[in-house]
Design a protein around this ligand. Structure first.
Ligand SMILES: Cc1ncc(COP(=O)(O)O)c(C=O)c1O
Length: 455
C-alpha cells in the first residue's frame, strides 16, 4: 500500500492493524484453518463460490450453525451476524415459521413443475403486499431482473435499457456498464461478455435528472432499472424529487420503470415502493423473500400484462427465454408463504427500524467524537458506514468513497470483536432477532477500531 492517508487514516496504521488482526484471526481459528487454509480440495479457487474469497479474513471460517442473529463457527467462535448472508437471511437465520415450512415440505416432494396450495396463497399475498396484480416466481434476483427486462423489451419493441452508474442488479449482462468521464464503459473485472454491452445500455448518474432526460429523449430505451436507493457501492439516497422525476420522465417517453427492491425491502413490509408511494411498471425482489431458500419474485402492472398478452398472441409458439426448471418449486413456495405470512410482519419491521436507528446513531456518534471524515447512513434496517464525507450524491462519488484496504482492516477487526458485517461494502443489517446488546457490541467495537486506527 502506498504511504499517505486513506479515508483520513495513515496507511501505515491501516497495515499495522490488518497485520495484528490477521494474526489474531489465525490464532482463533485453528480448525477452520486446517479445512480452508490451503483452499478446499475439489473447488476451483478453493471455495464452492468464488465470492467466498472476498472476505477480509486470511481464510474463510467454516460455519457450524446460525440461528436468528447469531452465527457460530467450527472453532466455537460466536458472532453477532449483521451480514445475514448479504441480505439472503435478512429476516434472521432459520426463523421458526420458515424452518417448520421447510420441514413439512421436505417429506412431500420438493419440485414437480406444478403448483401447490402454497402457490394459491402466495399469489394473493404478493398482490396485496406490493400492489401489483401479476407475478412470476424465479430462483434468484438476477433471474427475476433478467426476465422482467426481457418483458420490457418485448412489450415496448425497444432495444435498450438504462441503468444508473454504480448500480448492481445481479449478474445481468447488460447492467454491467459504468460511466467514466461521461462515457459508458464495461464494469472493471467483467469476464466473457459476448458483445459490447455499452451498445445496448445507456447509463447516467443517480440524482441526475437532466442526464436522464437527455438519454431517454432518444426514444430507444425499453426500461429504466433502478433501486430506489443505490445500495451496492457506497449507499446513495435519492435527492428530494428525484424518484418523482424518474417516474415522470419514463412516462413521458413511453419507457417502463423497473424497481429492484432486493435490498431496499429493508424499508418496510412493502419495500421502499409502498413506503414512498412509487409506481413501478415492473417490480423485482429476491434474496430474503423465502427466508433464505433460493427464490425471487417479479411483478407487473395490469397494463404491462395486457401488452405482454398481445405480444405473446402475435408470436409463434416456442421458448420465451424466461423461466428455469426449478423456479417456483414447492419448497420455495412453502418457504415464501411462511416468510410473507409470519416473518416479514409489521411487528418485525418495527423492531428492525428501532434498532437500526440506534445503530446508525451509535456509529455516527463514534465517527463524530473522533473527528473522522466519515459518515453513517441507512435505509430502514440497512445501515452503512462510509469512510468518506457524505452525503454521497451519485455512483461516481460512491465509487470514489471506497477505501478497500481500510475497509478490509476494519471488517477483520470487527470480526475479531465478534461482529460480522457484509464483505463487499460496509453494510450491516438488523434482523427481527437482533438484540440491543448486539447493537451496543457493534457500536463499541467500531469505536475501538477507530481508536486503534487513529491512536
Ligand atoms: C439490488 C440487487 N438486485 C439483484 C441482486 C442479485 O441478487 P442474486 O445474487 O441473489 O441474484 C442483488 C445482489 O446483491 C442486488 O443487490
Amino acid at each position: 500500500m502506498a504511504t499517505g492517508t486513506l479515508g483520513g487514516v495513515d496507511t501505515r496504521k491501516i497495515e499495522a492493524l490488518f497485520a495484528v488482526e490477521s494474526q489474531r484471526y489465525v490464532a482463533a481459528h485453528p480448525r477452520s484453518q486446517s479445512r480452508t487454509g490451503h483452499g478446499i480440495a475439489g473447488f476451483y479457487d478453493g471455495v464452492p463460490m468464488h465470492w467466498m474469497r472476498d472476505w477480509s479474513m486470511p481464510f474463510p471460517f467454516l460455519v457450524e450453525s446460525a440461528q436468528g442473529s447469531q452465527l457460530r463457527d467450527i472453532d466455537g467462535n460466536e458472532y453477532a451476524d449483521f451480514c445475514l448472508g448479504d441480505t439472503g437471511s435478512m429476516f434472521g437465520h432459520s426463523s421458526a415459521p420458515v424452518a417448520a415450512a421447510i420441514t413439512r415440505q421436505a417429506t412431500q416432494g420438493l419440485t414437480y413443475m406444478l403448483p401447490t396450495e402454497d402457490a394459491v396463497v402466495v399469489g394473493g399475498l404478493l398482490s396485496r403486499r406490493f400492489g401489483l396484480p401479476h407475478w412470476q416466481i424465479a430462483t434468484t434476483a438476477t433471474d427475476a431482473n433478467r426476465f422482467a427486462l426481457r418483458v420490457a423489451r418485448a412489450v415496448t419493441g425497444r432495444p435498450k435499457i438504462l441503468v444508473f452508474n454504480g448500480c448492481y442488479h445481479g449478474t445481468v449482462d447488460e447492467t454491467y456498464v459504468r460511466l467514466v468521464d461521461g462515457k459508458p464503459v464495461h464494469r472493471p473485472g467483467l469476464l466473457g461478455q459476448f458483445e459490447d454491452l455499452t451498445r445496448m445500455t445507456r447509463v447516467v448518474d443517480f440524482n441526475d435528472v437532466e442526464g436522464l432526460r437527455r438519454e431517454l429523449a432518444h426514444g430507444d430505451v425499453a426500461c429504466v432499472i433502478t433501486e430506489p436507493v443505490l445500495t451496492n457501492s457506497c449507499m446513495v439516497l435519492p435527492e428530494p424529487g428525484f424518484l418523482d422525476a424518474v417516474r415522470r420522465l419514463t412516462r413521458e417517453t413511453g419507457t417502463l420503470l423497473l424497481i429492484d427492491e432486493t435490498h431496499t425491502i429493508s424499508t418496510g413490509p412493502g419495500g421502499y415502493t409502498r413506503a414512498y408511494g412509487l409506481e413501478p411498471d415492473l417490480f423485482v425482489l429476491g434474496k430474503p423473500i423465502a427466508g433464505g431458500v433460493p427464490a425471487s419474485v417479479w411483478g407487473m402492472t395490469e397494463t404491462v400484462a395486457q401488452r405482454l398478452d398481445a405480444v405473446r398472441a402475435s408470436t409463434p409458439p416456442g421458448h420465451s427465454g424466461m423461466g428455469t426448471t426449478l423456479s417456483a418449486n414447492a419448497l420455495a413456495l412453502a418457504a415464501m408463504r411462511a416468510t410473507l405470512e409470519h416473518v416479514m410482519t409489521e411487528d418485525a419491521y418495527r423492531s428492525m427500524e428501532r434498532l437500526a436507528g440506534t445503530l446508525v446513531d451509535g456509529l455516527q456518534a463514534a465517527i463524530t467524537a473522533r473527528h473522522m471524515p466519515w459518515h453513517a447512513v441507512r435505509v430502514g434496517a440497512r445501515v452503512e458506514f462510509i469512510c468518506a464525507p457524505g452525503p454521497l450524491r451519485n455512483g461516481t462519488e460512491a465509487e470514489a468513497a471506497h477505501a478497500p484496504a481500510l475497509e478490509r482492516a476494519i471488517h477483520l477487526a470487527l470480526l475479531n470483536r465478534g461482529c460480522l458485517i457484509a464483505p463487499f461494502h460496509n453494510m450491516m443489517l438488523v434482523c427481527p432477532a437482533t438484540t440491543d446488546a448486539q447493537v451496543q457490541r457493534l457500536c463499541g467495537a467500531f469505536a475501538a477500531v477507530i481508536d486503534a486506527l487513529a491512536g
